[in-house]
Design a protein around this ligand. Structure first.
Ligand SMILES: Cc1cc2nc3c(=O)[nH]c(=O)nc-3n(C[C@H](O)[C@H](O)[C@H](O)COP(=O)(O)O)c2cc1C
Length: 472
């Protein structure tokens, strides 16, 4: 068997060939209908055959049958165009068993077949991963513009062995039931998908400088939450509409112990507040707090100026409620809930509180607990123990507010919203003469335990320390 005989070409699943008044069209769910003009009888036969699949040899035979050998150069040119357009899948087959199929997922996809060398070891890329999708294994990688559907357990077994450095000849010995051509072709497809690395004499992969510092999960999140090398739905699709009710814009009260907060006079502040430029220029992170703690009145003013709810929007036509608040939020989802872990605050006992942005009140959830001590200890360490935080504000996301609305970008949007709120908090704290400091990390399991939330429904995505200034 030749190498090309182990490779079957076919149209991607979402592509169909239609015919109108003798003219052929390629139709796809993801791109405009493409008319196929001036196609010879041979090329038309090729197009029809590609719907079910054929090897390159079989396609060439069809061309010769209809157009004679003179039709072959045009066929090769035409096939290249279809491959470059990302319309063609390649499947490794062995004894009529399909092992794996490489499917283009982006416009930058390029199909290049490199032969694996016999005497050098190969190792799966640390960025490649397998997951179950529509009841089959799919191999993906944030380095790839394609995905690989795994059809047969022998392909999974080959991947298993390639998790350790392995030479082609060793693989062929281990998988004697497969032909060496098939094994080699499988490796070629993995190379084409950037899922396999050839190791050098020192047993190392050639380091790509720009990849060295990427962690797997960071690069995967980046690739999947941006458009480009992925074909998932991306944007505001409301894919659960009619099946799942969207969460209300305001979280219902969490306890009966409700404390009203001080409301500042916004009109007076508009006239007399510190200038915007002074706030921007003086803003800095302050990690030490004053001996005189922040007061509940200051806390009330801070929350009113950063996070209160000004208006609810939502119509019969657009049942997804949205709101308006002092800080912006992607899609006006306003999924972020503010929880206050109060260590010391004049006029407010220590414990855990939830902020109600509509009522401008806090609901007391618990007194000081072991979990709250741990959250405060974590925050203290995150600022290199420069000062004990007076108040730790935890930003928790009600994830389904965003996942109901957005595809592909929901978690990325939440983290952007955290950044936006951080900046508003910094600016308001600076204008009020308070000490602000954002934190880069926190324990979301610990927070869920402290607040009694379901980790998958609502937990922490950001933390912010607030207190009185030590230098005033
Ligand atoms: C997203 C984010 C995360 C941060 N995480 C921490 C942190 O975990 N610990 C800390 O001490 N400071 C943290 N900071 C504060 C930065 O260290 C600080 O903004 C930076 O050093 C610039 O200093 P400045 O804020 O005083 O201008 C964070 C700031 C941001 C915006």
């Amino acid at each position: 068997m030749t190498k090309t005989q182990s490779l079957v070409l076919s149209f991607k699943d979402d592509i169909s060939l239609t015919e109108q008044e003798g003219q052929l069209f390629l139709q796809s769910s993801s791109r405009p209908t493409m008319p196929l003009e001036n196609t010879s009888k041979g090329l038309q036969a090729v197009l029809r055959q590609l719907s079910s699949g054929a090897t390159e040899e079989q396609l060439m035979e069809l061309v010769v049958q209809h157009d004679e050998e003179i039709g072959l150069p045009r066929f090769f040119y035409f096939l290249q165009k279809l491959i470059q357009a990302g319309l063609i899948c390649h499947t490794v087959v062995w004894n009529q068993v399909r092992l794996a199929t490489i499917v283009p997922v982006s416009r930058q996809y390029q199909f290049r077949l490199n032969e694996p060398v016999a005497d050098q070891p190969y190792l799966l890329s640390r960025f490649a991963y397998l997951h179950q999708q529509q009841k089959q294994w799919v191999l993906e990688s944030p380095l790839a513009h394609s995905k690989m559907l795994i059809h047969d357990w022998r392909a999974t077994a080959l991947l298993h062995v390639l998790a350790k450095p392995t030479r082609l000849e060793e693989l062929c010995r281990e998988f004697q039931e497969l032909s060496p051509t098939t094994v080699s072709m499988f490796l070629s497809l993995l190379l084409c998908q950037n899922a396999l690395n050839q190791l050098n004499e020192n047993g190392k992969t050639e380091a790509v400088p720009s990849l060295v510092q990427w962690e797997f999960h960071d690069l995967l999140f980046h690739a999947k939450s941006r458009e480009g090398r992925q074909a998932n739905l991306y944007g505001a699709y409301h894919r659960f509409e009619g099946q799942i009710e969207p969460l209300p814009v305001v979280k219902p009260p969490m306890s009966d112990t409700i404390i009203s907060l001080y409301k500042p006079d916004i009109e007076a502040l508009k006239q007399n507040d510190v200038s915007f430029t002074r706030v921007i220029e003086q803003r800095c992170s302050l990690r030490e707090h004053g001996e005189q703690p922040i007061t509940v009145e200051q806390l009330g003013e801070f929350l009113y100026r950063t996070a209160r709810l000004r208006k609810i929007m939502g119509t019969k036509q657009r049942p997804y409620e949205r709101s308006n608040r002092p800080y912006p939020s992607g899609g006006a989802c306003y999924e972020l809930e503010l929880y206050l872990v109060v260590n010391v605050c004049e006029g407010l006992s220590s414990g855990l509180y939830h902020y109600s942005p509509t009522e401008h009140t806090v609901e007391k959830l618990t007194d000081r607990t072991r979990e709250l001590e741990k959250l405060l200890e974590y925050a203290y360490s995150a600022i290199a123990k420069q000062g004990k935080p007076q108040i730790l504000i935890v930003l928790a996301a009600r994830f389904q507010r965003v996942t109901w609305r957005y595809n592909g970008m929901a978690y990325a949007a939440i983290l952007k919203n955290v950044g936006v709120l951080y900046q508003s908090m910094y600016l308001v704290a600076t204008a009020m003469g308070l000490a602000p400091c954002a934190l880069g990390g926190g324990d979301s399991d610990l927070f869920a335990a402290a607040a009694g939330t379901d980790y998958y429904a609502e937990t922490s995505v950001g933390e912010f320390i607030l207190g009185s200034r030590a230098d005033l």
